[in-house]
Ligand binder design. Structure first.
Ligand code: ZN
Length: 511
């Protein structure tokens, strides 16, 4: 520690810190007054774990005990068993959560897309307009969407700020008990060239060495690799993001609406040491399902291994979700906060396909968890009717006594409103379609009661102009028997409905 540093230096430097830091830890360290207010309205917290399939969750009937903490906490929640994401990948699925509309409406159709201009001011953040709005994601594509909504966000935590190579991710964990001085050191290290704090050359070497050692330790904890987005320099610890969230939320003004979108269990499935091999000897032999039109020809044995690695990574998510829940409960926040726990889409390890970069819309990639924890509904309720990601926004507004905007395509979820009999729930994947062109190259699933129709169209590259599949997802949840021929009536009726819907959503884009 440099002896020339004093509190005035620190104040000066605090002004030069990145926004996310300056508004949070700096304020706390300096003992600024707590801005918290409470006017009796409940806070809303949406927690998203990316690429998290209901198929692999013990609570939803999976044979492996992947989520013991979730099973325990579900006793206090509304649990949705037939809940569907808006799509099967991040941009489309996240935009559906944030706007309460389907991909063919918000138009974030391709990886990294923004939403259509009309929706920049139509999101969960604009809908909760007099709330304190805070958000964070590890996921770059989700972050692109958050940045688009930033005019309606009070605190957009920079996405890389919770990565290991940033202050919050690395220096903070190294110097837990010496937050102030470490932050100054970091600022100097970062500003060596710009601001003339060049006497920290020694520090930058020290930092380099410490970082090397810390990475070596972490590599032992995470033998398959430190969790990351897959890009160089993108390593992060879910623990740090959870701790940051758990310590930040009790300190912000209330009522707040928070959207936190963590990357695990999204691949790479880098589980910590404690969980590696956890399911090794359980002899689970999943169905060897037929190869699909969109198969990537991943062999059964490799899929089995991938599935075990994914399940291990879910154990890690379960542990960290449990910790966050406990932290928020200890802070007293659960008495006046509604928590929605969900994901942007699922994941699959079957039919020669591993992951979710696929055009297929089988249950594992679109049937996803949703649990709502509401202090006014403290006992478990199970909902089995089909529900959609687009229903979350209107439901959260309803639960906080606010008007529901006319642009959302969702409805208030049961048990807060009567379920609509025979409601149509859609999921849409059109990542090869032009963003503002009529849908001509896409996959659409339509779920109605116990039936699910999947319509693939425009896949000339696979030699397919149109393909229709029909499953009874109640009697045949593994989707082994295509009923499109044997139940021709159902299939024709659902396909007609779907095509009528497509005409309607395409209309604004026909030139
Ligand atoms: Zn995702």
């Amino acid at each position: 520690m440099n002896p020339r540093l004093n509190r005035r230096d620190f104040l000066k430097l605090a002004g030069a810190l990145p926004l996310g830091y300056a508004t949070s830890q700096a304020a706390r360290s300096l003992g600024l007054p707590n801005l918290m207010q409470q006017d009796g309205r409940k806070n809303v917290l949406v927690l998203v774990f990316d690429a998290w399939s209901a198929y692999n969750i013990s609570l939803h009937g999976y044979q492996r005990e992947t989520m013991p903490n979730l099973a325990r906490l579900a006793e206090r929640a509304v649990v949705y068993h037939n809940h569907f994401s808006g799509s099967n990948f991040t941009s489309s699925g996240t935009a559906s959560l944030l706007t309460g509309t389907l991909p063919w409406t918000h138009r974030a159709l391709r990886g990294g897309d923004d939403v259509a201009q009309d929706f920049v001011s139509r999101s969960i953040f604009s809908a909760f307009k007099d709330y304190y709005r805070i958000t964070y994601t590890h996921n770059g594509w989700a972050n692109t969407l958050l940045e688009q909504f930033q005019a309606d966000i009070d605190e957009l935590v920079p996405w890389k700020s919770l990565f290991l190579r940033s202050y919050d991710g690395f220096i903070h964990s190294l110097f837990k008990n010496d937050d102030d001085s470490a932050s100054v050191a970091w600022t100097r290290n970062m500003n060596v060239k710009q601001d003339g704090y060049s006497y920290s050359l020694f520090l930058s070497h020290l930092y380099g060495e410490l970082q090397k050692n810390r990475y070596a330790d972490l590599k032992q904890t995470f033998p398959r690799g430190i969790p990351s987005t897959g890009d160089v320099g993108s390593e992060f610890l879910l623990e740090s993001a959870i701790d940051w969230t758990g310590s930040r939320l009790p300190r912000i003004p209330q009522p707040f609406v928070g959207y936190f979108h963590f990357l695990p269990p999204h691949g790479p499935y880098n589980a910590p040491m404690d969980y590696i091999g956890h399911f090794e000897n359980d002899n689970l032999r999943p169905l060897d399902k037929p190869q699909d039109l969109f198969t990537a020809r991943v062999p059964y044995s490799a899929l089995l291994k991938r599935r075990a690695e994914y399940d291990e990574f879910i154990l890690y998510v379960d542990r960290e979700f449990g910790r966050l829940f406990d932290q928020l409960e200890s802070a007293g926040l659960l008495q006046n906060t509604v928590i929605a726990l969900t994901t942007d889409h699922g994941e699959m390890n079957e039919r020669g396909i591993s992951g979710h970069s696929t055009n297929a819309l089988y249950q594992p990639v679109i049937r996803v968890p949703l649990l709502i924890f509401d202090p006014d509904q403290p006992t478990r309720v199970d909902v089995h009717t089909p529900t959609s990601a687009v229903d979350l926004l209107p439901t959260l507004l309803h639960l906080t006594g606010q008007p529901i905007p006319d642009w959302t395509e969702g409805v208030i979820l049961p048990p807060y409103a009567e379920p609509t009999p025979g409601r149509s729930v859609y999921a849409v994947k059109a990542s090869k379609n032009g963003q503002f062109d009529p849908l001509a190259h896409a996959s659409v699933a339509l779920v109605k009661d116990n039936h699910k129709l999947i319509y693939y169209f425009g896949y000339q590259e696979r030699g397919v102009d149109e393909l229709v599949q029909l499953y009874d997802i109640q009697a045949d949840p593994e989707e082994m028997t295509d009923l499109s021929t044997s139940q021709k009536n159902v299939s024709t009726q659902m396909l007609d409905e779907l095509k009528t819907k497509l005409e309607e959503v395409n209309k604004p884009y026909i030139k």
